[in-house]
Write a protein that binds this ligand. Structure first.
Ligand code: GRF
Length: 197
């Protein structure tokens, strides 16, 4: 079962997934492996890290396309090349068209840095602090055409401390994301794999 990860930047969640795959033997347990990492930005730091792990990488640079639809069509082609069982958005900062989402429906997941349905969209940590929330967190969810609104797969919560700024809170949430995302992917892989008799 091929997993394709889409990133735009650092790729710390991507790295957490690759490390979990190696350390927790996804290949042996579920026949699953991260087959490719694809970025919409040529300068995404995570690309180099993935290459160093021997993972195929590819860039589909959104700036080279006149429209979102054109970009998504090429991105879909790049992803479909691997016939993925699961497409994992890990800090992928482009809103995907309905066409793309439908093509990979029920195989497409995202991690979002808030306790959805609260704070969909950007600047989640500052918004949670400004709202006076005492808890923040991250959500792994199925991707549907509506932004950050698909069915929730799993969540992790962290406290918001009195002296938190968005950076401090983001770091606390990120640490939890690195545990949450592999756990959520393992839950899906287990469901995709019929029990041995
Ligand atoms: C994470 O906070 C994730 O929730 C959000 O983008 C960030 C990506 O970070 N969607 P990284 O590139 O995985 O380090």
């Amino acid at each position: 079962k091929n997993i394709v990860i889409l990133i735009s930047g650092t790729g710390s969640n991507m790295a957490a997934l690759v490390q979990a795959q190696q350390q927790r033997q996804w290949q042996q347990k579920w026949g699953a492996r991260v087959a490719a990492v694809i970025s919409n930005r040529p300068d995404a730091a995570g690309l180099q890290w993935a290459q160093n792990q021997g993972i195929e990488t590819q860039v589909v640079d959104h700036q080279q396309y006149p429209t979102r639809e054109d970009f998504d069509q090429d991105l879909a082609r790049a992803v479909a090349h691997y016939s993925p069982a699961l497409v994992v958005l890990a800090g992928f900062m482009r809103v995907l068209t309905e066409g793309f989402v439908r093509q990979f429906e029920h195989r497409l997941i995202n991690i979002h840095p808030s306790l959805l349905p609260a704070f969909a969209g950007l600047h989640t940590h500052q918004r949670a602090i400004d709202a006076g929330c005492r808890m923040a967190g991250a959500t792994v969810h199925w991707v549907t055409p509506e932004l950050d609104a698909g069915p929730i797969i799993d969540q992790a919560a962290v406290p918001i401390l009195d002296d938190d700024d968005a950076t401090a809170l983001a770091a606390r949430v990120r640490t939890q994301e690195h545990l949450l995302y592999p756990r959520a992917v393992e839950k899906i892989l287990a469901q995709l794999t019929p029990p041995a008799c």
